[in-house]
Write a protein that binds this ligand. Sequence first.
Ligand code: NAD
Length: 503
Amino acid sequence: MTTFAENQARAQVHLDRIRERGVQHRIHGEWRSSVEGKTFTTISPVDLEPLADVAEGTAADIDAAANAAAAAFADWSAMDGSVRKSLLHGVADGIVERADEIALIESVDTGQAIRFMSKAAIRGAENFRFFADRAPEARDGRVTHAPGQVNMTARYPIGPVGVITPWNTPFMLSTWKIAPALAAGCTVVHKPAELSPLSATILVEIAEEAGIPPGVFNLVHGAGETAGRALTEHPNVRAIGFVGESRTGSQIMRQGADTLKRVHFELGGKNPVIVCADADLDRAADAVVFMIYSLNGERCTSSSRLLVERSIQDAFIERVARKARGIRVGHPLDPATVVGPMIHPVHQKKVQDYIGLGQAEGATLAFGGGSPNASGCYVEPTLFTDAHPDMRISREEIFGPVLTALPFDDDEDAIALANAIDYGLCGYVWTSDVTRAFRLSENLDVGMVWVNSENVRHLPTPFGGAKASGIGRDGGDWSFEFYMETRNVAFATTRHHIPRLGG
Ligand code: NAD
C-alpha cells in the first residue's frame, strides 16, 4: 500500500498534467474550448483552493457534440458486435492501466477516500468488460410464426444518447451508463457533474486510445441548467440516461417532453436497513456502519435509516456507536481515511443544516455532528436516535454521513415505516429467520433488497429504484432494453387475399 505522502505526490503529477492541458470538451475526436469561450473553476473539497479551470459548455457546444454523435451513429451502429466487443475490452484494459491515476484524481476532485476510489476505478473496467461481452448478442431477438406470416423481432440501437452523471463516484457511475450505450451501438454525449469533471476527461482519452472512433463518445462540461438542459432538449438525442437527484429527474422529464425523450433515471434514496432481534447483530452493525459512513455517506444506496427492533434498540445502537467511533475522518488521499470531506461547501452546509434540523426537531444526537478541520468540507460520522418517522431527518435524503435510527415493534410496523417515504431505491434486511426475511423483503416498495448483506452488486442483476428513486433498471440485459429499440418485421409466407377497397 502506498503512503499518504506518495499518494499526494502522485496525485499532484496527474493534476499538473490535467491543468497543463486544460479541461476541455471532446467533440468528434478533438479537444475544444467552449464556443462562447467561457470557463469555470472547480475547488478542492480539502482546502477550497482552486483545482482546475474547466470549459463551460452551453447549448452551442451541446449542439456540436450531439451533431457529431449523430454523424458517427451510422457507422458505429452498423459495426459488427464482435468488433465493438474487442474495442470495449480495450477500454477496460486502458482503465486498468490507469486505475491508479483515476483513483487519485477522483479522490482529489470529490473528497472521497482513496481506499474506496481505487476499487471504484477497477469497477469501471469491470462494467466495460461485462457489456463488451454482451455486445455481439445485444440485437438478437426471436422468430415467431403465425398463419401465413413469420415475424422477426430484434433490437436496434436507439440512436445518439445523452448521459448525465452526478458528482458521487463519478467515474464508476459514468461507466455504468456509457459502457452499455456503446455496447448497444449507440453514440454518446456525456455531461459530467460540474463539481467533479476531471475523471471524465481520462475516460474519453482511454476510449479513443482504445480505438473508439471520433464522434462516437463525446464529452461536454458545464452546468446542469445550461449544458445539461440543452442535452435533454436536443432533437438529435434520442434518450437520456441520468443519475442524480429526484428533483432534477423531474426537471429533465419536463425538458425532454417536447422531443419525447426516452429517459432512464437513477435518483435519490433514503434506504431502510431493518435489523431484527434475531439477526447476527455484530455483522449487522458492521454492515450498517459500512453502508452509511463509507463513501462519505454520499451514496445513493446508503442505509441512511436504521429501523431496529425495539427489544434490541439500545444494545444495537451502542454496538453501532462503538464501531463508528473508530472511523477516521481525514484527507482523502490518506490510506487510513474512511470519511473525507463533503464534495463542496454548499453540500457540507446542507448536511450540517440537516444535523441542526434533527436537533431542532427533537432527535437525540448520539454521536458526531461536528465539522472537524475548519479549512475543508468535513462532517463527522453522525447518528441520531429517538427520531420520529415524521421528522425530516427520517424522510429526506441528506447524502452525507448521517444515520437516523427508528425503533419498530413487529414486521408490519417495520414494513409500514420502511415504505412511508417518497423514495424507494433499496432496502436491507437483517434476520436469521428465513420466513421473516422473505416476508420483509417481499413487502418493501423498493427496487432492490439485500438480505444479511451490505450492497454487493452482481452485474447481471437489475439495479434501480421505485417511486421517487428512479425509472428503469440498469445491469444485465435491462441496460440494452433502454439503449435499444425493438423492431418487429412481419414477412408474409403466402400470397394471401388482401382486401381491395374501391376499384
Ligand atoms: P444533481 O441532480 O444535482 O446533478 C446530477 C447531474 O445533473 C449533474 O451533471 C448536473 O449538472 C445535471 N443537471 C442538473 N440540473 C439539470 C437540468 N435541469 N437538466 C439536465 N441536467 C441537469 O445530483 P448530484 O447532486 O450531482 O448527485 C447526487 C444525487 O444523485 C443524490 O440524490 C443521489 O442519491 C443521486 N444518485 C443516485 C444514484 C442511483 O443509482 N439511484 C447513484 C448515484 C447518485
